[in-house]
Design a protein around this ligand. Structure first.
Ligand code: EPZ
Length: 430
């Protein structure tokens, strides 16, 4: 079984280039088929989730040409099926963005009910409500969500919860509805803004993305565009936490520092030094960090996708920290694994009470999901001795070249497949 082998205890030092945002890419790639003209998308991260989505788009007739590792040309003129039903696509949550994209363009779509990371119950009621308010019928049967509309008509939609996915899905469908749609209580995440900018570059008329009211005037047709995806806020934040945990000095490059503010502020609060420039953030961690409280919130609050990584830093910080997860109920599954490395964490409901310890020791651990998996890698890098992280398929969903980027900062980490590989790694890094 593939796993990461890690020898910890080395401060990570240097610069790391951050790739395109996975969660923006998933929305933008899906939206690319909304025109019959060819769209060029740059800065697409080469990770499992984006590749699975591209495959699904090809399976319904989209032409996908890889210009280079991070650039794709997509043409949606010859879509020959509005049903996306395969076992693979169920594994990625963002498959449901094809619903909004196809419903907008063809007024009909059927997609397997989405899966994704197992981080809690993930209802889709707001997506369904949004589509219905635009005039579509929505049915769930035979494991598919099927939606169809004689025509889509703009509407005033109030989201009951702040949801990235429903905001994105409804925005796509409404971009090609008749008249004005207003989404209230919309998500404000950078990738929501990136999708709106992308759709506008294709001729859509979307205003207010990045605030909680988005106004969309539907257009009949979208056209070709060339567009570069924003940098990945969470990949950047993960490397920032790696600096904190390993007592390192890491500059994350090719980022938008504004998107990282909630992460930078917490790191500063617990004792890291932060230096910002136009497109880079440097994190220096030179002393024992101190405790704090963190509550995950929709953007611009502290991201739920960074909760496991900051918990790994806080579990090594002096004093008692409290981490409250307010977005997904099942995002503390890494705690038992981290406990095996020496952490002292008690979970009560949606709160983790973390009593700082002075060190982690290496252990064999298993990634329970994407971000928790990355957090365990960081813990391994900060631990004394050897750690193996299993189920790295989760990590590979969202981190491109994770071991190579960490190696570039001086980390001893390798992807290994067999016990023999692991022993070889141990001999090499002694
Ligand atoms: C997106 O998931 C991201 N995924 C997640 O990234 C991220 O954790 C999450 O947003 C929050 O930022 C993608 O962009 C592909 P939501 P999404 O709809 O859209 C509730 C990662 O690690 N809700 O904003 O599924 C829901 O239960 C991942 O990259 C409803 O009640 O999240 C949750 O409590 C994993 N009804 C809250 O809203 C709905 O119809 C926020 O969910 C939809 C959501």
């Amino acid at each position: 079984m593939e796993q990461y082998a890690i020898k910890g205890g080395i401060p990570l030092v240097g610069e790391v280039e951050i790739g395109g945002a996975k969660n923006a890419a998933l929305a933008i790639l899906a939206a690319s088929i909304m025109t019959d003209e060819t769209v060029l998308v740059e800065n697409v991260p080469d990770v499992r989730d984006t590749n699975v989505l591209l495959q699904a788009m090809q399976s319904i007739g989209a032409i996908v040409e890889r210009v280079d590792r991070h650039t794709v040309k997509i043409n949606g003129a010859h879509i020959n099926s509005l049903t996306i039903e395969d076992d693979y696509i169920k594994k990625i949550r963002a498959s449901y963005y094809l619903l909004g994209a196809l419903l907008g363009k063809y007024k009909k779509a059927e997609v397997s009910l989405p899966g994704g990371c197992n981080i809690g119950s993930r209802p889709i009621d707001q997506h369904i409500k949004g589509f219905k308010m635009l005039g579509a019928e929505v049915k769930i049967e035979y494991g598919l969500i099927a939606t169809e509309a004689p025509k889509l008509v703009g509407s005033h939609i109030y989201m009951d919860v702040v949801t990235v996915g429903a905001t994105i899905n409804v925005m796509m469908a409404a971009a090609m509805a008749e008249g004005l749609t207003i989404i209230e209580n919309a998500a404000k995440e950078p990738h929501v803004v990136d999708l709106a900018n992308f759709l506008n570059s294709m001729g859509a008329n979307i205003k207010g993305a990045g605030t909680d009211v988005i106004r969309i005037k539907g257009v009949e047709k979208l056209h070709k565009t060339e567009y570069a995806i924003i940098p990945d806020q969470i990949e950047a934040g993960t490397f920032m936490m790696a600096a904190a945990v390993t007592k390192g000095d890491i500059t994350v490059k090719n980022v938008i520092p504004k998107h990282l503010e909630s992460i930078s502020a917490k790191l500063q609060e617990i004792g890291c030094e932060i230096e910002e420039s136009d497109d880079a953030v440097r994190v220096v961690s030179s002393k024992r960090l101190t405790h704090t409280q963190v509550k995950t919130l929709p953007y611009p609050g502290f991201p739920t996708d960074m909760q496991p990584q900051i918990a790994v830093a806080l579990a090594l910080s002096e004093g008692t920290s409290i981490v409250t997860e307010s977005i997904f109920e099942n995002r503390f599954k890494y705690v038992d694994e981290l406990t095996r490395m020496g952490a002292d964490i008690k979970v009560e409901g949606n709160t983790a009470i973390i009593t700082g310890v002075t060190k982690y020791t290496g252990a064999s651990v298993t990634a329970p999901d994407l971000r928790a998996g990355a957090a365990l890698v960081i813990a391994g890098l900060g631990a004394e001795g050897y750690t193996t992280v299993d189920d790295i398929k989760y990590i590979e969903r969202g981190y491109e070249d994770f071991p190579a980027k960490l190696q570039g900062l001086g980390a001893h980490i390798e992807k290994v497949e067999t016990e023999k590989d692991f022993r070889k790694f141990q001999l090499e890094v002694v």
